[in-house]
Design a binder for this molecule. Structure first.
Ligand code: HEC
Ligand code: HEC
Length: 499
């Protein structure tokens, strides 16, 4: 079932979660207890109970649950259904200006269909049993409501069958994707632990094989391509036979999971330094250690605050934060996410070569080889001098990003923390597509979420093409015996079209 964000906050309040109610009083209500829940991140779990409740109830309010998704109009998702704006009101009769391409179908506007009020209009949060279509006249765009109390106001957002696309996407996802990518999109489906590379965790907003430059997101076209064609050399299958409508819907659903996951991450990152249980504990341990040391040195220090006192202080501070800043942080986070995904769909977001591919001849390949081996690219440090994916960097101990330590095992890691190999380029299996343009994009923009950075500034257009020509020649020059071909390649290597 699809709900809009602002509906009934009874359940959470009853269970004594005052912070959630305070919060949702500000931003518009929590929803009923879910049957099935999205997984919560470690960072959220580690917050003091009030902060954790605020994050969880916001996510519930604006995204719902896997079985009852919520459509939040602030996000750039194609929720589906008929959506428009109230143009005039006369009792239960409402003339609606439908958004372009979003007028209702006869089924959507049939008597008895539910009417939903997204946004912050008069009726938001006041949905009652009477909120259904009594009659609809498409000529006059005249919607007669089954109940007119309270009457909507001119300018209110109104929707029929709202979130239809997201619902279709959810069903397609549950059937085809969830067992690998997980119900929450965290890449932890039941099949995931047997796979290498791991299914994508969508919750950071990062996709690897995009047409866009770093750090831009993937465009809907990119996602469509990967879903249709699969990712060769990995277990990500091709869904070429899936109906277009279903593919489009599942794209909206993974974007929804991604936006939800990223908003949770952003909130957690903001809150964790002051309101995490582990931080409070750390402060306590440090103060206690100082106290013990000072005592040992013969001083007479004041005893440190107890853990309870420190927790109470964090809780009180959080109450202020909740009243003053939380809503802004939440909305800023949503707007940031919105802008990032919207930008990826702009026509100029795609990386396009400035010049045509350099003729693929021996001279170009040789220039490409020299660049591959040069210090301006250092391709060889990862991919090895012959491109077999065995460069010296695979033996280094790499630092963990954002932490003061190194990974326990040598070799490269992606941003999700999984160990990974630089591609063995002699195999000719390209996960991001095997058109020369795809390889151009990989070299220009790098592979997001991995340690392969982009070379769009280090190399000129012609040089990138020379490297493309060289890389594409590697499988043919290779003297690798054919028996060395691919444990890797046997996995779901879908045939690729070359569009
Ligand atoms: C059998 C397991 C499996 C199934 C089923 C599966 N995937 Fe994947 N998917 C993967 C793996 C593994 C990767 C990671 C590949 C990589 O990192 O190179 C992936 C990656 C992706 C990516 C990220 C591509 C990128 O550039 O980062 C998207 C998007 C995606 N899958 C969507 C879907 C959708 C949508 C479905 C269902 C229609 C689906 N997947 C079903 C295993 C699966
Ligand atoms: C710091 C290490 C590193 C450097 C330097 C590096 N790569 Fe990579 N490269 C990787 C890793 C890791 C992958 C596999 C990423 C994945 O699929 O998750 C990869 C993958 C690739 C792929 C496969 C793309 C696909 O679609 O499957 C190509 C082609 C490639 N690199 C070419 C290059 C070239 C050319 C250079 C130099 C201009 C280069 N790489 C520099 C680490 C590196």
């Amino acid at each position: 079932m699809m709900r809009r964000p602002e509906s009934g906050h009874r359940n959470l309040c009853r269970s004594g979660c005052w912070a959630a109610c305070l919060l949702t009083g500000l931003i518009g209500g929590c929803t009923e207890a879910p049957q099935q829940e999205f997984a919560i991140r470690e960072t959220t779990r580690d917050l003091i109970p009030e902060a954790r409740a605020a994050v969880e109830s916001s996510l519930l309010t604006y995204f719902g649950t896997p079985t009852a998704a919520v459509a939040w109009e602030r996000l750039p998702l194609k929720f589906g259904g008929a959506v428009g704006q109230v143009e005039s009101v006369d009792g239960p009769n409402v003339v609606v200006q439908w958004d372009e391409g979003h007028a209702p179908t006869p089924a959507q506007s049939a008597p008895g269909s539910p009417v939903v009020w997204p946004g912050s209009g008069v009726r938001s949060g006041k949905v009652g049993a009477g909120d259904t279509v009594a009659a609809y006249d498409p000529e006059k765009r005249l919607l007669t409501l089954s109940a007119a109390d309270p009457a909507p106001a001119v300018g209110d957002r109104v929707a029929l069958n709202f979130g239809h696309t997201l619902q279709v996407g959810r069903v397609v996802y549950a059937k085809n994707c969830g067992h690998c990518h997980g119900a929450s999109g965290d890449g932890e489906g039941p099949t995931a632990k047997y796979l290498n590379p791991r299914p994508r965790d969508y919750r950071n907003g990062v996709m690897k094989f995009t047409s866009t430059a770093t750090p831009a997101r993937a465009s809907r076209e990119d996602l469509k391509r990967m879903i249709r064609e699969g990712i060769p050399g990995t277990y990500m299958p091709s869904f070429l036979l899936m109906k277009d409508e279903e593919t489009d819907a599942v794209i909206e659903y993974i974007l929804y999971l991604s936006m939800r996951g990223e908003l949770e991450k952003r909130l957690g990152d903001i809150l964790k330094s002051d309101y995490a249980l582990s931080e409070v504990q750390k402060t306590y341990d440090e103060k206690l250690a100082d106290y013990e040391a000072e005592k040992k040195a013969g001083e007479n220090p004041d005893p440190p605050k107890t853990l309870e006192q420190l927790t109470k202080k964090a809780t009180d501070d959080f109450a202020d934060f909740l009243a003053e800043d939380f809503k802004t942080e939440l909305e800023d986070g949503a707007d940031f996410i919105k802008d990032a995904w919207t930008a990826a769909d702009e026509p100029d977001a795609a990386v396009l070569p400035h010049s045509a591919r350099v003729a693929d001849d021996a001279a170009s390949r040789e220039r490409g080889r020299m660049l591959f081996l040069s210090d301006s690219t250092k391709c060889y440090t990862c991919h090895g001098p012959q491109g077999r994916g065995d460069g010296p960097a695979t033996l280094d101990y790499w630092p963990k990003p954002g932490a003061d330590e190194k990974y326990a095992q040598p070799g490269l890691h992606d941003v999700w923390g999984n160990p990974q190999q630089p591609r063995d380029l002699t195999r000719g299996v390209y996960r991001g597509g095997r058109r020369p343009l795809d390889l151009y994009r990989r070299i220009h923009a790098g592979i997001k979420g991995t340690q392969m950075a982009g070379f769009g500034t280090a190399l000129k257009d012609d040089q990138i093409w020379d490297v493309v020509n060289y890389v594409m020649s590697l499988p043919y020059e290779s003297s690798a015996p054919s028996s060395a071909v691919p444990a890797q390649q046997t996995a779901a290597t879908a045939p690729r079209t070359s569009n």
